[in-house]
Design a protein around this ligand. Structure first.
Ligand code: MRU
Length: 363
């Protein structure tokens, strides 16, 4: 997508060939800054501290992290250490394991001297594949939005609601949940997006709003609790969110608060779609609520908020009474029965094992 008029991805090899560069997402929306990752430790830190985040981008960053690690130590022990170190950064997004396993499987049979180069080639492929998958999700999801637009009085926008950031910042480019949105906008369909602020880290307010603004998509940021009310009053035509891990039976794990949106959508007859590229599907799991590891992040993300002060400086402030405890489960699981459909790179299917198997018979 464009930043300051220039096509930009979220991660790319540095021009000197010695490192990887990323958009530092902890600085958005108030500053567009990049960071350079040159070591395994840099890559692990970037994922853990969420300089890069979003399931597909976590996977892509991990693949690049394997390259950085294998440059340092390409022995069997080095390969195992790199895989274990990166796998431990964030537990919920299955794309992390998917990318790490892929690089390890490609590197392990090779002579140590050639492993780093192979990992680099694969990291580039994983990034390019991610963009292609997201474009395919855009094409698959566009008819859902177009169908609603044709039922609306002329000129009235389709109202979408999204949670967290499953946009291009969460991927290498294009995004998953935003792919059909950008495709519809670019096709001239009038749209308006309700953007959940997504406490505690505010990925909706700081990232989704930023990228929609950059692309010229009309949007309104709302508090996380407003969605149910808007749905009750007919102001939401369709909900579309991303996923960190979807089970083979269609249970969807995504950013905390997604489940509540699905419940409200179900109660109000609003279609609830999940953009799910195949690397985000965990074919080994059945029951999302019992089997998916839910990341517990620092209580400080709940007790403190960051923002820009009137003088332009960015500050972090404490919003809790001294002595109150805070808890921070970072993801929740929406049962398949609340999901209208999964928008995959191979088309839209029902959130159940049979439909997923029809689209992905090889799994
Ligand atoms: O904690 P985050 O910001 O990594 O959580 C991101 C999400 O929950 C996204 O919706 C999900 O990773 C899908 S991104 C295409």
């Amino acid at each position: 997508m464009n930043v300051h008029g220039r096509p930009t991805r979220t991660i790319w090899p540095s021009s000197d060939g010695a490192a990887v560069e990323i958009i530092d997402q902890t600085r958005l929306p108030h500053e567009f800054a990049t960071a350079r990752l040159a070591t395994l430790a840099d890559a692990a830190h970037a994922i853990r501290a969420m300089l890069v985040r979003g399931a597909p981008l976590i996977g892509a960053a991990a693949a690049w992290g394997m390259w950085l690690a294998l440059r340092e130590d390409a022995s069997d022990a080095g390969l195992a250490r790199a895989h274990a170190t990166l796998l431990a950064t964030r537990p919920t997004a299955v794309n992390l394991r998917w990318a790490l396993d892929r690089v390890r499987a490609a590197a392990a049979p090779l002579a140590p001297g050639t492993r780093a180069a192979a990992a680099r080639t694969l990291a580039i492929d994983i990034c390019d594949e991610d963009v292609a998958l997201n474009r395919a999700i855009g094409a698959a999801g566009l008819p859902l939005i177009r169908a609603i637009a044709t039922r609306k009085p002329a000129g009235q926008p389709v109202n979408l609601l999204t949670h967290c950031n499953a946009g291009w910042l969460a991927t290498v480019d294009v995004g998953t949940a935003t792919a059909p949105i950008y495709a519809a906008h670019d096709a001239g369909i009038p749209l308006h997006v309700w953007v959940d602020e997504t406490r505690p880290r505010n990925q909706g307010a700081s990232l989704t709003a930023w990228e929609l603004l950059n692309h010229g998509v009309p949007h309104t940021v709302i508090s996380d609790n407003a969605g149910g009310h808007l749905m009750q009053h007919g102001h939401v035509d369709l909900v579309i969110v991303g996923t960190d891990r979807t089970t083979a039976h269609g249970d969807v794990c995504n950013k905390i608060g997604t489940y509540l949106k699905a419940l409200a959508a179900h109660d109000n007859g609003v279609p609830f779609y999940v953009a799910a590229p195949s690397p985000s599907i965990d074919w080994t799991l059945r029951d999302g609520r019992r089997e998916i590891p839910i990341e517990e992040r620092a209580a400080r993300e709940v007790s403190h908020v960051s923002g820009r002060l009137a003088d332009g400086t960015v500050a972090t402030i404490d919003i809790l009474p001294a002595g109150s405890a805070a808890a921070n489960p970072a993801f929740d699981v929406t049962p398949a029965r609340l999901v209208t459909g999964l928008v995959t790179e191979r088309g839209v299917c029902a959130a159940n094992a049979k439909s997923l198997k029809t689209l992905f018979p090889e799994k």
